[in-house]
Design a protein around this ligand. Structure first.
Ligand code: URA
Length: 433
């Protein structure tokens, strides 16, 4: 086999077969392929696209390029929920314990923040002592004991994806739907869950800015899961505005706890109840209606919160810090952003809210940057509702006040008070495939 022939085939619009993909991935991972040939194939995929079956096979080959987690020692159907990333998305912290409290099994592998979107591992590391690098044995044991455990991706999950992603980043091919879908799903397949629920975010704070693009991605990821023998469902959810009121690591953990106590913002609670019901249905635990009732009860009677608290303690976290952050952190500096006039509180760019929180220290600008776990933004006013002149719209927090002016300037691009009532988009759209 020759790389030249593979390139010629794809550049001419042909469909690659599995042997050709295996050849490419093997050579790529062994560093036996010149960068120009790898980049040329990626560009050919970008321009020519991939059929569903071709993308499914490519994903499988990438998933098998590194470690594959063996979850066979865990009882029950393991259902994984994956979000394509957004602002203030702390649903994993709620769904894992909530599903477990309802009889589900969640063995979750999560990542760190990427660009302007947060990552579950960073959020959990805001709890001092919390261990996010579990051995496979401990991970399996904790899921069996508590119904839920969470670990970081090992360095060797889908190494082919790492190389391809790095190359996409510098060849203007990041936005290709087959490349995004195969990248995400390769890591999912390698993580060993039986079934997947995909929360595909759409809007100004998401990877996919329009419903059309998001549907294309959702459809292809679902097909990839199915063709690889894993039942997969997708939901489109609104990311034109942050989810909940808190953006920033410790702030988001605290807000997740509020929801687990049966309180918290209505949009976050509603999305979690919807997603957990679908997870439980996928896990064979009843109808959506029954599962939702069970989940509402688990939030009301404290059983979901009890699973969360056991989860934090079992993974070494100091639970008390969530309730009394001053035990571990200096109280952050706070600045209030107020409405300059009366009107409707509107978010024009959720992405800029994410960027402002990164600027405050909640995320990284460079890979080696340290995170300020207390940094972030907390919305006081309800988005898409009326506000009065002088009312506090949000508070910004962080240890380093010198970052506040820039964060406030970014936020001023993101937030508006408008005379016209903004269009309210639905929070959830279930995709039937
Ligand atoms: N997340 C991924 O893992 N890969 C992509 O290509 C985009 C988002």
């Amino acid at each position: 086999m020759r790389m030249y022939d593979i390139l010629e085939k794809k550049a001419d619009g042909g469909t690659l077969n599995k042997e050709e993909m295996e050849y490419f991935v093997r050579k790529l991972c062994a560093d036996e392929l010149p960068d120009y040939q790898a980049a040329a194939l990626i560009m050919a995929i970008y321009t020519r696209g991939m059929s569903d079956t071709e993308a499914a096979q490519f994903t499988d080959v990438m998933a098998k390029s590194g470690d594959q987690v063996d979850l066979s020692g865990i009882r029950g159907i393991k259902v994984d929920k994956h979000s394509t990333g957004g602002i203030g998305d702390k649903t994993t912290l709620i769904l894992g314990p909530l599903a477990a409290a309802c009889g589900g099994t969640v063995a979750k592998m999560s990542g760190r923040g990427l660009g302007f979107t947060g990552g579950t591992i960073d959020k959990l590391e805001s709890i001092p002592g919390f261990r996010t690098a579990l051995s496979e044995e401990e991970f399996v044991r904790l899921v069996n004991e508590n119904g839920f455990a969470l670990t970081g991706q090992t360095a060797n999950v889908a190494p082919a994806d790492k190389k391809i992603y790095a190359m996409r980043d510098v060849t203007a091919t990041v936005s290709s739907v087959p490349l995004i879908a195969s990248s995400i799903m390769s890591k999912k397949l390698a993580s060993g869950a039986d079934k997947f629920l995909l929360d595909v975010k759409v809007g100004s704070g998401a990877l996919m800015k329009t419903a059309e693009e998001a549907k294309r991605l959702a459809r292809l990821m679902t097909a990839i899961g199915r063709e690889n023998g894993r039942e997969t469902e997708a939901v489109l959810t609104n990311m034109d505005r942050p989810l909940g009121k808190a953006v920033g690591n410790l702030l988001e953990v605290q807000e997740a706890v509020e929801v687990l106590k049966g309180e918290g913002p209505a949009d976050l609670r509603e999305l979690c109840l919807y997603l957990v019901s679908r997870m439980l249905v996928l896990g064979g635990l009843g109808t959506e209606e029954d599962c939702r009732k069970r989940a509402e009860k688990a939030l009301a009677d404290g059983s979901a919160l009890a699973v969360f608290e056991r989860f934090v303690i079992c993974q070494g976290g100091d639970l008390d810090v969530i309730y009394r952050p001053e035990k571990a952190y200096r109280t952050p500096v706070c600045r209030e952003i107020r409405a300059e006039k009366s009107g409707w509180f509107t978010v024009v760019s959720a992405e800029d809210i994410g960027k402002a929180s990164v600027r405050l220290g909640a995320g990284r600008l460079a890979k080696e940057d340290a995170i300020d776990y207390t940094a972030g933004i907390y919305f006081r006013a309800d988005v898409e509702e009326p506000v009065e002149k002088g009312e506090v719209l949000c508070r910004i927090y962080g240890a380093d006040e010198s970052r506040f002016d820039e964060a406030e300037m970014i936020l001023s691009r993101a937030l508006r008070v408008t005379e016209e009532e903004p269009e309210k988009k639905p929070l959830i759209e279930f995709i039937k495939l």
